[in-house]
Design a protein around this ligand. Structure first.
Ligand code: SAH
Ligand code: SF4
Ligand code: F3S
Length: 468
């Protein structure tokens, strides 16, 4: 590329908040912007366009966006002083939930685009640039930026370019979106819309393209990924289990993961697949939220603690070494000490390898926000501390059990210290070793030698055949 061509390239900085589906969406937004001449930038200061791909799940997550927007406004003002500009776009779940409110709170925002509409970014950008140019020329325009928070009739998946590349051998693949379950604490059904499964063929095509581009691990994504029911070419409907088996046949693919699952959709076929599909990793993220039937009912989860325990037993029958992970919410409205004890007891009985836990956050528009008997912050904090202490103990024990084993590790990135590389075990533990950066993106056999709270130290074993 000539110097002039290089200089004429535009740069986009994308900051991603929230879940893995947003990580996937951010990559796809980069794919959409690339044909317009946008290359990725590492910082807002060097970018012509900044996209904040936002999360609305808890209050803290969505408030972060506004402080970041304040900082970006300052960059924009400075840029304009120099006769240039910075375009600011807000994408993702805050964009969907708060729409015009965003531009009202921060008029520097040029584009607001929801999670189902970002394939239209080129048109939105053209419109926003036109408006910005008029404003720079001193025109006063009604309204602020350009807004698209529709749930369009066309699926974004049919309008996205092929994924551009694979980082370190591992790729996310969204197969299902949205949610119809309406748990009473959760914003997702409102921000992502109704449940939708991509057709099996289109998923398989993308999976093959990702493997051809160097992926040896695929993580299938969906807010309710195991509710997947995609249409197949012959008109039949494929379950997640059926899809996993088909993806398992792609030559060169070594690992399959999927997230996030709902206990209600954990069917027999999927449980059996865990014992039969060699590429399906022995790790399952299965959020339970609470161990109290009363609270599970109030949350509208559609299952009780017994169903969850039975599921775990059946999964462990098929895959005894399965690492179980989960999500927990403490302090849902009406949660008594006895309810909380029931959660602690469930954790004790099940034993988790990892977990995410949160204080209940009151989200506007959800039924939970309107419930009486909201729990004081101090009680939530104390419960969360107790719960996290128990989960941390379990995670450490789980890690300790693996010490002495030789296991395949997929290396993803350099470690914190020079000469170290960091990867994932089959059970999704972080493992670091002394090793060459050339191993990043590949699987090597590692003997695990030391367990820490959230990681393990290991050493590379020369032959992969030695791996467990
Ligand atoms: N679809 C997944 C979870 C999506 S949100 C499922 O059904 O489990 C990820 C996690 O955020 C949830 O599992 C829940 O534990 C947490 N979460 C969602 N809404 C929350 C709220 N209002 N307050 C606190 N945590 C919340
Ligand atoms: Fe939210 Fe419940 Fe849907 Fe999960 S299943 S996304 S927690 S409403
Ligand atoms: Fe957040 Fe939206 Fe994901 S609210 S957790 S980014 S689906």
């Amino acid at each position: 590329m000539t110097l002039a061509a290089k200089e004429s390239r535009k740069r986009v900085f994308i900051r991603t908040y929230g879940c893995q589906m947003n990580v996937y969406d951010s990559d796809r937004m980069a794919d959409v912007l690339r044909p317009l001449g946008y290359a990725l930038s590492d910082s807002p200061e060097q970018a012509d366009l900044v996209v904040l791909n936002t999360c609305h799940i808890r209050e803290k997550a969505s408030e972060k966006v506004y402080s970041e927007l304040g900082r970006l406004r300052d960059v924009k003002v400075e840029r304009r002083r120099d006769g240039a500009d910075l375009m600011i776009a807000v994408a993702g779940c805050v964009a969907q939930a708060e729409g015009e409110e965003i531009a009202r709170r921060q008029p520097a925002v040029d584009i607001v685009v929801g999670p189902q509409a970002y394939h239209r970014l080129p048109e939105l950008l053209a419109e926003a640039e036109r408006k910005a140019a008029l404003r720079r020329a001193g025109k006063r325009l009604p309204g602020a930026g350009v807004l698209d928070t529709e749930f369009p009739p066309e699926s974004k998946f049919d309008h996205l370019p092929a994924p551009a590349g694979v980082r370190a051998g591992s790729a996310f693949l969204s197969i299902q979106e949205g949610c119809d379950k309406f748990c009473t604490f959760c914003v997702v059904p409102y921000t992502r819309g109704a449940e939708y499964s991509r057709p099996a063929q289109s998923v398989l095509q993308e999976a093959r393209a990702l493997v051809a581009a160097g992926a040896i691990e695929l993580t299938l994504l969906g807010q309710n990924v195991n509710a997947y029911h995609g249409e197949a070419l012959d008109g039949s409907t494929w379950s997640l289990a059926r899809l996993v088996r088909a993806i398992g046949e792609i030559d060169g693919l070594r690992r399959i993961r999927y997230t996030t699952s709902h206990p209600r959709d954990m069917d027999d076929d999927l449980i059996i697949a865990h014992g039969e599909v060699p590429q399906l990793m022995p790790y399952l993220h299965l959020p339970v939220q609470s161990g109290s039937d009363r609270i599970l009912e109030a949350m509208n989860r559609g299952h009780g603690r017994d169903l969850f325990r039975r599921l775990v037993d059946r999964l462990r029958d098929r895959r005894p070494d399965l690492a179980l992970s989960s999500d927990f919410i403490v302090g849902f409205p009406g949660e008594s000490d006895a309810d909380f004890d029931a959660t602690m007891q469930l954790i004790d009985e099940v034993g988790f390898a990892a977990a995410f836990s949160f204080k209940y956050s009151r989200r506007p528009g959800t039924p939970g926000a309107a419930l009486a008997d909201q729990i004081p912050e101090s009680v939530k904090a104390a419960r969360l501390a107790a719960l996290q202490a128990l989960l941390a103990r379990q995670q450490r024990e789980f890690n300790l059990e693996k010490v002495g084993m030789t296991v395949p590790v997929l290396f993803a990135e350099p470690g914190r210290k020079p000469g170290q590389i960091l990867g994932k075990s089959p059970w999704l533990q972080s493992v670091y070793v002394e090793g060459p950066a050339s191993l990043i993106g590949s699987i090597a056999a590692v003997r695990l030698i030391e367990a820490h709270a959230v990681s393990l130290a290991g050493e590379i074993v020369p032959s992969l055949e030695a791996a467990a």
